[in-house]
Design a protein around this ligand. Sequence first.
Ligand code: HEM
Length: 513
Amino acid sequence: MGLILKVLGVYVLYVIVRAVYNLLFHPLAKFSGPKAWSASRIPYLFTLVTGQNSFRMKALHDKYGPVVRVAPNELHINDPRAWNDIYLRKSSEIRPPQWGMRPPGIDSYNVISGVGSDHARFRKALGIAFSEEAVKDYEPTVRSYFNKFTARIDDLVLNNNGVAVVDMVKWSNFTTFDIIGELAWSKSYDCLDTGAGHAIMGVLSHFQGVIIAAAITYYPWINNALMAITPRSAFEDLKMIFNDGHERLQTRIRTGPSGHPDVLGHLEEYNKQNPTAIITDDEIEQNVFSCLVAGSECLTTAFSGAIHYLLVYPSKLKRAQEEVRSAFSSETSINASDAAKLEYLNAVIEESLRLCPPLPDMLRRQLPGDVPTTVAGQLIPPDTVVSVSCYSMFRSAEHFSSPDTFAPERFLKKPDDSLKWSSDSPLNHNDMTAFKPWGVGPRECPAQPLARLEMRLFLAILLYRYDIRVAEGSYLTKWTSQQVFETWQKDPLHVEFSPAVPSPPATLPTAAP
Ligand code: HEM
C-alpha cells in the first residue's frame, strides 16, 4: 500500500512539474490559448472523444485569434495562408504518430497510414484509378445505382398513396456504399437491394471507436495495459471485415471485372507498368478499405448536407429544381458533364461542402524536427503538431460574411441580384482561398473527380424527378448540434418524396410553322 501511494505521489509530482514546464518554459509558451489546454493534453482529448472538438476549436479562434495553442505541443490555425504553409511543405504527409495507425494484426500500410515512398506509390496508382478519364468510364455504373435508388423510392411512392418517406442519411449511405464496392472490386454490398446495411458498414463506420483508440495512444502505458487485457475475441469484427475483403479481392482477381471498369483493374495495370514498385495484394485490400470508408462516408455527408440545407431554405431548393428541370428534356438525358455546367446546382454543392465539410477536422500534421517553419506569418518551433480545420475556417466570419447562412449565391461567378446587398449579406465578403474542402498537398483527396460526378448526378436526378419536403411529423436537426467523430454523426433525415411534374424545358425547339 505504502509503495502504491509513493508511486502515485511521484506521478502526481511529475504531472505538476510537467504542467508548469508546459506553461512557462515550453517552446510554445508564447502562443495564446486557454491555460489548462497549454498545460495538459487532457482538455483537447476530452473534446475529441465527446465529439465537440470542431466546435471548441472554432470558439477558441473566436476568442484567441488565428493561432491558438490547443495542447502542450499543438497549434490550431485559422488563417487561409496556412493551407499552403502546412500542407504543401516537403514531407507534409507526415501526421503525428498517434494518428493514421494500422489496425491491430495488420502489417500492410494503406494510403491513409502510409508515409514517404509507400504513400507516394499508393497515390500514384490511385491517382490513375480516380483520374478524370477513369472516372468518366465509371459513370454508367454509378448511374445504374442511382437508378436502383429511384426505383426503390418509386416502389414506396406506388405503395404509399403517392409519397415515399425515407431516411436520407441511411439511404444515401446504402447508395454510396454499394457504388464504391462495385467500383472498387466489382462487388457491391447490395444494400439498395436488401434495404439494409451490410455487416461491415457498422464496423468500418465506428468513428467514435477510432477516435477513442487514437486518444488512448497518447498515454502508451494505458494503451499497452488495455491491449494486454483485451480478449482476442474483441477483434473478431475486424477479422470478419478483413476476411470478407480478402475473399472479395481473390474472387475479383480470379473472375475479372464484372462487365465494367473498376479501381482494381487500374491497380492491376499499375502493377504491370511498375514491376519494381508493385502494390501487393495485402496492400490492395487495405487501400480498398480506405476508399470504402472515405468514399462512402464523405459522400453520405455531402448528399445529406445538401438535402438538409435545401430543405431548410425552400427558395434555394426551388431555384435548384427550376435550373435542373429546365436544363434537361428528360431524366434519361441527365449526365455528369451537362450537370457540371449547371451553375446553381454546383453552387449548392460548394455551399453544402462549406457548411457540412465531410472532414470537419482531422488534418493534423507534424512539423519537421530540425528547423522552425513559418506558418501564417509566424515562426513555429520544430516538431510542433499543427492543423487547420475545415469547420473553423469555413464558418469563420473573418472569411465568410454571414458564415452560418446557406447562400449558394456566394459561389456564382456573376454577381447575383437575388440577394439584396447589406453589410451582413452573404455576398459581402467571401475569401475563397480559405475554402479547401478537399484538403491541400500530397494528401489532398485523390477521388475528387468521382465525388464531384456522384454529387452532381445524384442531386440532378433527385431534383429533376421528385418534389421533396421534410416528412410530416418529423423535424430537421440543427446541423451543428450533431457530434463530430472524424466526420458528422448524422441524425436521421426523414424526407418525403413525391413525383415531380417537370416544367417544359427552356431549350425545347419551337414547333415548326
Ligand atoms: C465530398 C466528398 C469528399 C470530400 C469532401 C473529401 C475530402 C477529403 C479530404 C479533405 C482529404 C484529406 C485528408 C488529409 O489531408 O489528411 C481526403 C483524403 C482522402 N479521400 Fe476524400 N473526400 C471525399 C470523397 C472521397 C471519395 C469518394 C473517396 C474514394 C472513393 C475518397 C478517398 C480519399 C482517400 C483515400 C483519402 C486519403 C488520401 C491520402 O491520405 O493521401 N474521398 N478526402
